[in-house]
Design a protein around this ligand. Structure first.
Ligand code: MET
Length: 341
C-alpha cells in the first residue's frame, strides 16, 4: 500500500499522568525527573499502562497504519534508555549544553557503557498485546545519547559513541526478536552538531545497526517546536544519512517549508515526510497536508513516502493531535486515489 501513516513516536500524555505545564517550554529531562509524574507509586505503572492504551486507541481511531506506544511512560524520548545503562552516574549528574546552548544536568559517564538488561522490550510486548496493527518503537541514537552526557571516562568521544552503539545494538536486536515491525533511532543532535556527526556519528549509527535485518528508521529534526522556535530553512546534515544502513529517514518539512530537493540525496531510502506543523494549534485541512506531500513527490517516488507529523507531538493538546492525525490520514487516502490512476 502506498502512503502509509505513522507518528514520530510521541503522543500527548494525559494531564492526570504528568505535569505538562512543568514539561512545557523546557528541554526534555536527560536524567530522571520523577517529580513530573502526578500519580504516585504504587499506582504509577498501572496509570502509565492505562494511558498507553489510550494512546494506542487514539492512533487506531485516527487511522494510522504503524502504531507506537506514544512514549507515554517516558519523561523524555531519550532518558528511558540513557539512564538504564551501566557506566553512567545519574545521582551525581554532569552538565552538558543543549541545542539552544543552555546547560542541563545529564548522565555522567564514569565507566564503560554497557547494557545490563533489556530496557524497552516490556514496552514493546505491551504495545503488541494491545494492537493488531504494525508496531514501531523508538530509541535514542548513540550520537544523541553522547551529546546528552558528560564524558569523564573515555579518552575520545568516538570511543564513547561506539560503546553507546554496542549497547544500543543489543537492545535493537532484542526489540526485533520480540516482534517489532520497525525500530526508529532518534538522532536529533546530528542536525544540531553536524561537524561531530560527520566525524563519528554515522559510524556509531552503523555500529548500532550492525547485523540488524528488520526495518529501521533514523529520525533527525530541528528540535521540538514547543522548545526551539527558530526554524532554519534547510538541514545542515541530511545527505550524509544516505551512508547509513537505515531503511527509512524521518524528517520535518511542514513548519520549515523544507526545500524537498535535498531528498534526492537519500537515494532509494524511504522517507517519513513530516507533514503536520506542530507549532500551529489549528488543525490543518487534509488538502494542505497533501500539498506538503506533493512537494516531496517532485523529488522522491510515491513508494518511498511515509506520512508523519513534524517532531514533538507530545506537547500538543490531545484534541489538536487527534485532529491533525485525522487530517494526515485523509491526505494519505486522497493521495492513494490520485496515484492509483
Ligand atoms: N521520538 C521522539 C518524539 O516523537 C523524537 C524526539 S527527537 C527530539 O518525540
Amino acid at each position: 500500500m502506498l502512503f502509509p501513516t505513522t507518528i514520530v513516536g510521541s503522543y500527548p500524555q494525559p494531564d492526570w499522568l504528568i505535569d505538562r505545564e512543568k514539561l512545557a517550554g523546557r528541554f526534555p529531562p536527560r536524567v530522571r525527573a520523577k517529580e513530573l509524574w502526578r500519580v504516585q507509586e504504587p499506582y504509577l505503572q498501572q496509570a502509565m499502562e492505562d494511558a498507553t492504551v489510550l494512546a494506542i486507541r487514539a492512533q487506531e481511531q485516527a487511522g494510522l497504519d504503524i502504531i507506537t506506544d506514544g512514549e507515554i511512560r517516558r519523561e523524555s524520548y531519550s532518558n528511558r534508555i540513557a539512564t538504564a545503562l551501566a557506566g553512567v552516574d545519574i545521582d551525581n549528574p554532569g552538565t552538558a549544553l543543549d541545542r539552544s546552548g543552555h546547560p542541563n544536568p545529564v548522565p555522567r559517564i564514569v565507566g564503560k557503557i554497557k547494557r545490563i538488561k533489556p530496557i524497552e522490550v516490556e514496552d514493546l510486548l505491551f504495545l503488541k498485546a494491545h494492537t493488531d496493527r504494525k508496531v514501531k518503537i523508538t530509541v535514542p541514537g548513540p550520537f544523541t545519547m553522547l551529546q546528552q552526557a558528560q564524558n569523564d571516562f573515555y579518552a575520545s568521544e568516538e570511543e564513547a559513541a561506539m560503546d553507546y552503539a554496542v549497547a544500543l545494538n543489543e537492545e535493537i536486536k532484542d526489540l526485533f526478536a520480540n516482534g517489532a515491525d520497525v525500530v526508529q533511532i532518534d538522532e536529533p543532535y546530528m542536525q544540531a552538531r553536524p561537524e561531530k556527526a560527520r566525524q563519528y556519528g554515522i559510524n556509531a549509527l552503523n555500529r548500532a545497526l550492525e547485523g540488524i535485518k528488520g526495518q529501521t528508521a533514523v529520525h533527525i529534526c530541528f528540535g521540538y517546536a514547543a522548545v526551539i522556535h527558530a526554524r532554519p530553512s534547510g538541514y545542515d546534515f541530511l545527505p550524509e544519512l544516505a551512508q547509513c544502513s537505515c531503511n527509512q529517514v524521518s524528517i520535518e518539512t511542514a513548519q520549515s517549508s523544507l526545500d524537498c530537493k535535498i531528498l534526492e540525496t537519500l537515494g532509494d531510502k524511504q522517507v517519513m515526510v513530516g507533514c503536520l506543523d506542530l507549532s500551529d494549534m489549528k488543525v490543518e485541512p487534509a488538502e494542505l497536508v497533501a500539498m506538503r506531500i506533493r512537494r516531496a513527490l517532485k523529488h522522491i517516488k510515491p513508494e518511498q513516502v511515509i506520512l508523519a507529523p513534524d517532531c514533538g507531538m507530545k506537547y500538543l493538546p490531545r484534541e489538536v493531535a487527534d485532529g491533525k492525525l485525522k487530517s494526515m490520514v485523509q491526505a494519505a487516502q486522497m493521495l492513494r486515489k490520485e496515484y492509483a490512476k
